[in-house]
Design a protein around this ligand. Sequence first.
Ligand code: ADP
Length: 164
Amino acid sequence: MTAVDRIAIYPGSFDPVTLGHEDIARRGLGLADRVIVAVAHTATQSKKSLFSVEDRLRIMEEVFADNEGIECMSFQGLLVDFARSVGATMVIRGLRAVSDFEYEFQMALMNRALHPQLETVFLTPHQDYTFLSSSLVREVAGLGGDVSDFVSQPVLTQLATKRG
Ligand code: ADP
């Protein structure tokens, strides 16, 4: 039997990456040999971003530097095309609460219609992170609040530069 690496993509905005995202990416390694944490260039243009895609990627590379098996990339266009280009067979998404479900369910079924062999897998984070979102981190940090319980040091460092 020939062993083929199981490659999973964990896509998102990661603006910025939180401990909830980190938790999901690490759990993903229980299912796949390689997890590609992928910053989307296009999918979330409706949201105003704090960090550029390049900055988000640099921060994530630092955050996941010690995790063999986790890689960071950015992608443009359709997730299914990116999945094909890297040979991924699985998409990982995080589910925090019922409020995440409808959008995630729609997207999973659309991605299946576009690429039937690509399975979407939902993982739940540690309960400490179920309330956590990048938008809340941006908001609290922007108002001068302490977010050190919610993001890693490289994120804190970059948030500080935004406050000037
Ligand atoms: P998107 O704009 O694609 O939702 P995000 O960066 O906000 O991008 O989230 C990426 C993925 O991670 C989504 O599946 C989201 O539900 C999940 N996620 C976000 N925050 C958390 C968290 N605290 N715990 C678990 N999953 C999370």
